[in-house]
Design a protein around this ligand. Structure first.
Ligand code: PEP
Ligand code: MG
Length: 575
């Protein structure tokens, strides 16, 4: 077979070679079902067989990982005990035999009752149990449907994951030991699967159309996450080139790491603040020492992978944990950004034709004020434990900001009336990601304490190119002069008022992006942990006068392509 080359979006740098593994996550789809009396024994039979199959699966898995990964072994043993729990078992049987529920519905509801109870608990350990219960329930339902396991832990060798899309809830499958690289059919460099891959340091090429059909399971594939290429059945010369690139990449990673522990200072001595982008619970403590704060806490991750909304107490404890981990360093908590490519199944939101232009983020919160109020109360209370900044996403103008601030004041008054401690005034700012907010930045800067530019969304909205859609990839250009001019405008407007501007989109974590942003007078960049070292190194080589000159040059160019090529050439030494 001849080697075949497929192109996609270079979403997470690095190289890998290994067998393709088709990852098709199982999603239970259960609805209420009532059976006839005569079918009840049959349904009990299905349930018993599924329970036995699930038990065997767990036993095989546990034996396999016990030695290599005892922690995971313990989790699997806990899953076995949940599965074999006598009370749960009796409840399921009772629902089938007495209430005449179908086996799937009986499993769903019996587990569901416990899951909901655990999720509402204030003890974080109990809340974690909810995820375990969900895992066991889904395994049981999959066995009931007779679908085979797609467990990565069952693989003898590490694999290249090929999947349609990687959702935030799939983060758990990103085990560095088992996953050499990721290839998806959908998505672009700034969609959330790419961000996830970069966070875990796994090379990724996204938006490879028909990847599941083109890359047969088990066939060897070479993944080049730096250039965005996938080679099926590489020949000897391609393997040789791969080994060379891999060696070079590894030595660059090592060299970058030398910059990690030092503050970011440009070649001409300007200090640039480096902040981390965080999803809840992703924090590894040593990283805190390498950065000046957290520039974007994506709180929506707290709402995913569960079946109801997180309570005020639960949010308080999650935000407090991050604030305390950062000591006195600034932590920018962004309120819920759901909609677009992030959905909450339990909210049952209406289907929208254009979800990115629909009821997303702050707009969705305005439609569900209780949702936002719970979060604002949690933030106000958490603010006591550190240096919190509050940030609203998808602000389209001053009116949105005023409305959100009014709700914040209301929550503060409520808490004070209830005698509950909350933080003194903290900075309240906005994400600039809708063009109208960038255009109106001079007036918004009078009422917002800071701005953080979300270049991922700003790019898609300015250029009308869906950040998820590979078909419009050539239109989605973060370095397009139209995008850069708007960033310059925001930087100037907030600068004039002496108010800080950060960039927390993926552009900030790209050495070329960091260079051009510094050239636009941005001095705070927020990024994934994997980008900190390469950006610090790049900044150490960058002269701000050079950066300013380059930024001015690209702002007056005619096309995105021209700007991109110019920056690649001019700043090649930063990569
Ligand atoms: C952005 O839009 O640039 C951003 C940082 O937010 P998100 O990627 O979560 O939409
Ligand atoms: Mg955004």
């Amino acid at each position: 077979m001849m080697a075949e080359v497929f192109c996609g979006v270079a979403a997470s740098p690095g190289y890998a070679l290994g067998p393709a593994f088709h990852y098709v996550p199982y999603e239970p789809s259960v609805s209420p079902s009532i059976i006839e009396n005569r079918q009840s024994q049959e349904n009990i039979g299905y349930y018993s067989a599924a329970r036995e199959a699930a038990r065997e699966e767990l036993e095989t898995l546990r034996r396999r990982v016990d030695k290599s990964d005892p922690e995971r072994g313990k989790i699997l043993a806990a899953h076995q005990s949940i599965l074999m729990d006598a009370v749960l078992d009796e409840e399921i049987r009772d629902r089938v035999l007495s209430d005449l529920w179908g086996a799937d519905w009986a499993i769903w509801e019996s587990y569901g009752a416990y899951i909901r109870r655990m999720e509402g608990a204030s003890d974080p350990l109990l809340r974690e149990r909810a995820a375990d219960l969900r895992d066991v329930r889904d395994r049981l339902l999959r066995c009931l449907e007779g679908q085979p396991s797609k467990e990565l832990s069952l693989m003898d060798t590490p694999v290249v994951l090929v999947t349609r899309d990687l959702r935030p809830s799939d983060a758990a499958v990103l085990d560095r030991q088992k996953v050499l690289a990721i290839i998806t059919e959908t998505g672009g460099a700034t969609c959330h699967s790419a961000i996830l891959a970069r966070c875990s340091g796994i090379p990724a090429v996204l938006g490879v159309e028909n990847a599941l059909a083109l890359l047969p399971a088990g066939e060897e594939v070479l993944v080049d996450g730096t250039e965005g290429r996938v080679v099926l059945q590489p020949d000897e010369s391609q393997r040789e080139e791969f080994r060379r690139s891999q060696r070079l990449f590894a030595s660059r990673v090592q060299e970058n790491a030398r910059f990690l522990a030092f503050p970011a200072i440009t070649a001409d001595g300007e200090r640039v603040k480096i902040h981390l982008n965080l999803g809840t619970g992703q924090l590894k403590p040593p990283e805190v020492n390498h950065v000046d704060g957290a520039g974007l806490l994506r709180t929506e991750f707290l709402y995913l992978e569960r079946e109801d909304l997180p309570s005020e107490e639960e949010q308080l404890s999650a935000y407090r944990q991050v604030l305390e981990a950062f000591g006195g360093k600034e932590v920018t908590v962004r309120t819920l950004d759901i909609g677009g490519d992030k959905q909450l199944p339990y909210l049952e939101l209406p289907r929208e034709e254009n979800p990115f232009l629909g009821s997303r983020a702050l707009r969705l919160c305005f439609d569900h004020p209780d949702l936002l109020k719970t979060q604002l109360r949690a933030c106000l209370r958490a603010g006591v434990y550190g240096s919190l900044r509050l940030m609203f996403p998808m602000v389209s103008g001053v009116d949105d900001l005023r409305r959100a601030k009014r709700m914040l004041t209301q929550c503060r008054l409520e808490l004070e009336r209830e005698g509950i401690a909350c933080a003194e005034d903290f900075p309240v700012g906005i994400m600039v990601e809708i063009p109208s907010a960038a255009i109106m930045a001079d007036l918004i800067a009078e009422e917002a304490d800071f701005a953080s530019i979300g270049t991922n969304d700003l790019t898609q909205y300015v250029l009308a190119a869906d950040r998820m859609n590979p078909a419009v990839r050539q239109y989605y250009r973060p370095f397009h002069p139209a995008v850069l001019r708007l960033i310059a405008q925001v930087s100037r407007s907030f600068g004039k008022k002496g108010k800080p501007v950060c960039v927390c989109g993926e552009m900030a974590g790209d050495p070329l992006g960091a260079a051009v942003l510094v050239g636009l007078d941005i001095r705070q960049l927020s990024m994934n942990s994997a980008s900190v070292a390469p950006v610090k190194r790049a900044l150490s080589l960058l002269d701000t006068r050079d950066a300013r000159e380059a930024a001015q040059a690209v702002c007056s160019m005619a096309t995105g392509e021209e700007a991109e090529l110019y920056l690649r050439k001019r700043f090649a030494y930063l990569l």
